[in-house]
Design a protein around this ligand. Structure first.
Ligand code: SF4
Length: 721
């Protein structure tokens, strides 16, 4: 093993002794000591909330009615989020693997063991043999720090993040079409729209507070079109529902555009002045007549025509999508075909007219902006562009050749571990065993690692495979910023300090950098100093935060980027006046022929399998499966199927069924509902082990975004007798 860099006496002098591990004393529910205005820790709406704090514990909440996005409203997850603080499962001290599980350890031992393993593996196998996986629920400050740590302290190319499973198809498509990756409009534009298309978004369960914006539009007379294989709660109040067959989204968008062109509902002046390549799209969609499109998508031709009649001539309109069209091997193509529908009308960059992609994770937007992706440097810069590399290398004070090149994406890192090419891994706030498809392969890969270190606040299913677990911080135990799904950078306030022997995440990262001999690059005294550096690093980049400060963000209830100078007010609405972010100021159409999913149905596996979320759970469930009230609401995964399919298979509601794909099987109760296509079954993915839907899903990747195909594969369903 490599030698340690800091003797114990020196370490104690720098960081203090390891405190005794004392059990938590619970809380007194009396009057709070303070109310802290901050934000919900879950989805990308980032609702404002006031946390009640007493004796350094979060004991409840009050609405924060002045925060304009949610005006005091919260969904079930936001209401219960305070219960994660002081939870009995909270990690209170580092853990080191022992013969019979884990033993509590001090920071000196845990940090030095981690640093020594990194040095040892890199000395034996090269720098890239050690990988880093970050998360998109963490602050912008931590996203920036993760990228800098991986490139300077680990000097590895292999850093990526769990947003690779979430937002990357939308991000890539946005950059290809508009030259920038951000929602085009603030959410306050939604109620001004006269027609809204919601495609591949279970809005009311996954982003409940945004539903209110759609309902406000509907109350003002807007028509709502919902496109989904399931009649999700938002679809129940839609004017038109298009039950698309899983994996056929691009064909449906092409079909709607076909009718719009035929009826003359395109804005030819806007197209000529502000876009490129519409002729290629016009030529391609000639083939997508309503009848041809019906055959591919399963959506009746009359409904396709109706959608075009509603969308085409609308006065104002918004198109919003989420993972339903993005979680595919053609996720980028799906998004681009829907962007074609927006660009063809010229209704973008105006009040009540535009486009948005709904962010799943709490910092799904900011988490993908500041350099923790394998292909990206701070400020949204491209790691493959020489001028971008030069800028960041100069900014960090390292020679450009020392800046690692593009590495592997999240799923590719797990594949490389499986092949034995990556030997060590450090992950923070990422639970790949639950969230990456084909979880049996993920488990086998984790078992092959020579060293696995985890930074987390609960012992996730993935962390159970770690050699060292470093007890990090909950959202309320640190401060910083996150950027919401509309591009608004908001401030998270520190409500409490980490309990007992747990530590703030960014300090753990900085201390590890010091043990790796790179302390001069990580001298931050607080999160604010990281933010100041982050904003300076973004100056002049595609994602420019350089005019932001904590004070400005607080005074304005958030600032939208780009915000390039201290005087700049921020940019809530992009593309005003038809000015896009490509060098020539024009947007690009993209012509994509429909192609089938990586795995389609066949006689052996004749039913479509799709997965998604429920309102009371969040992502891999590390937090929400620990909150009683949320567990009660939906305690275990169920297999949704239509009565026609259930009858054909001899299955009744709550019968136990086995769902089988080429990768694995899951046994669970059936939920027979009329709100799903009869050729499709749905299972939510928030559970682990034998209850994990990702035992079934397909790890085939989109060639551009490298997102896996969660939303469609082939299965068979059997009644368990
Ligand atoms: Fe708001 Fe999302 Fe939190 Fe619900 S989960 S309260 S919608 S931020």
């Amino acid at each position: 093993m490599a030698t340690l860099t800091i003797p114990e006496e020196k370490y104690i002098e720098l960081y203090g002794p390891t405190p005794a591990h004392t059990p938590s004393g619970g809380w007194d529910n009396g009057e709070p000591d303070k109310l802290v205005k901050t934000h919900c820790c879950f989805c990308g709406v980032q609702c404002g909330i006031q946390l009640k704090v007493k004796d350094n514990k979060v004991t409840g909440f009050e609405p924060w009615e002045e925060f304009p996005v949610n005006q005091g409203k919260l969904c079930p997850k936001g209401v219960k989020r305070y219960l994660q603080n002081d939870h009995p499962d909270r990690l209170l001290t580092p853990l080191i693997r022992s013969e019979d599980g884990f033993r509590a350890a001090g920071w000196y031992e845990a940090m030095h063991k981690t640093a020594a393993a990194i040095k040892d593996i890199q000395a034996k196998h090269g720098k890239d043999a050690f990988a880093f996986l970050g998360g998109a629920s963490m602050t912008n400050e931590k996203a920036y720090l993760n990228g800098k740590f991986a490139r300077i302290a680990l000097q590895t190319a292999n850093i990526d993040y769990n947003g690779r499973l979430c937002m990357v198809s939308a991000g890539a498509a946005n950059r290809m079409a508009f030259g920038v990756d951000r929602a085009a409009n603030p959410w306050s534009d939604i109620p001004l729209a006269k027609v809204i298309i919601l495609t591949g978004t279970n809005l009311a369960e996954c982003f409940p507070i945004l539903t209110d914006y759609v309902w406000r539009a509907r109350d003002a007379g807007a028509k709502i079109i919902v496109i989904d294989p399931r009649i999700t709660p938002i679809a129940r109040t839609a004017d038109l529902f298009l039950p698309v067959r899983p994996g056929r989204d691009s064909a449906l968008a092409n079909g709607i555009l076909h009718v719009m062109i035929e009826r003359g509902w395109t804005d030819e002046k806007f197209i000529a002045e502000h876009t490129h390549d519409f002729d290629k799209v016009r030529e391609l969609v000639k083939r997508y007549t309503p009848e041809v499109t019906e055959k591919i998508t399963g959506v009746p031709a009359a409904s396709i025509i109706k959608a075009a009649e509603m969308w085409g001539p609308a006065e104002t309109s918004m198109l919003l999508h989420a993972r339903g069209i993005e979680h595919h091997t053609k996720g980028v193509e799906n998004v681009l075909t829907y962007i074609n529908l927006v660009l063809a009308t010229g209704r973008i960059g105006k009040p009540g007219s535009g486009y948005g992609t709904i962010t799943g994770q709490g910092n799904g937007q900011g988490g993908r902006e500041h350099g923790q992706r394998c292909n990206q440097l701070p400020g949204g810069r491209d790691i493959n562009k020489p001028e971008h590399r030069e800028f960041i290398a100069d900014f960090w004070g390292i020679p450009e050749p020392e800046l690692p090149k593009q590495g592997l994406t999240a799923c590719e890192i797990i594949d490389a571990i499986e092949r034995g090419e990556i030997k060590g891994l450090l992950s923070i706030s990422f639970n790949p065993l639950v969230s990456i498809p084909d979880s049996n392969r993920t488990r086998a890969a984790l078992e092959k690692l020579e060293f696995f270190g985890c930074i987390d606040f609960f012992l996730s299913e993935t962390a159970r495979y770690a050699d060292v677990v470093l007890a990090g911080s909950l959202q309320e135990e640190d401060e910083g910023t996150v950027t919401t799904g509309e591009g608004r950078c908001v401030r998270l306030r520190n409500s409490v300090s980490p309990p007992e022997n747990a530590r703030v995440d960014w300090k753990i990262i900085c201390e590890l950098a010091e043990l790796l001999g790179k302390e001069k690059f990580f001298t931050y005294k607080n999160a604010g100093e990281i933010f100041t550096e982050l904003t300076a690093a973004s100056k002049g980049g595609p994602i420019d935060y350089s005019g932001m400060t904590y004070e400005k963000i607080e005074q304005n209830m958030g600032v939208f980027w780009p915000c390039p100078t201290p005087e700049h007010p921020g940019t809530p609405r992009l593309f005003e006046g038809g000015k896009f972010h490509h060098p020539d100021g024009k947007a690009k159409f993209h012509a994509y022929e429909y192609r089938p999913p990586a795995e389609d149905v066949d006689p052996e596996f004749p039913i479509f399998f799709t997965s998604g979320r429920v309102v009371s759970q969040y992502l891999s469930g590390t937090q929400t499966r620990r909150i009683g009230g949320l567990v009660d609401q939906y305690p275990e995964p169920l297999c949704e199927m239509h009565p026609l399919l259930a009858e054909r298979l001899g299955i009744k509601d709550r019968d136990v069924v086995r769902v089988v794909t080429r990768r694995g099987d899951i046994t669970l109760p059936a939920q027979v509902v009329k709100t799903i296509r009869p050729d499709t079954v749905f299972i939510p993915y928030h559970w682990a082990g034998k209850k994990a839907a990702n035992q079934l899903t397909n790890r085939a990747l989109d060639p551009i975004s490298k997102i896996p195909e969660y939303k469609v594969c082939a299965c068979r369903v059997e009644k368990v007798r």
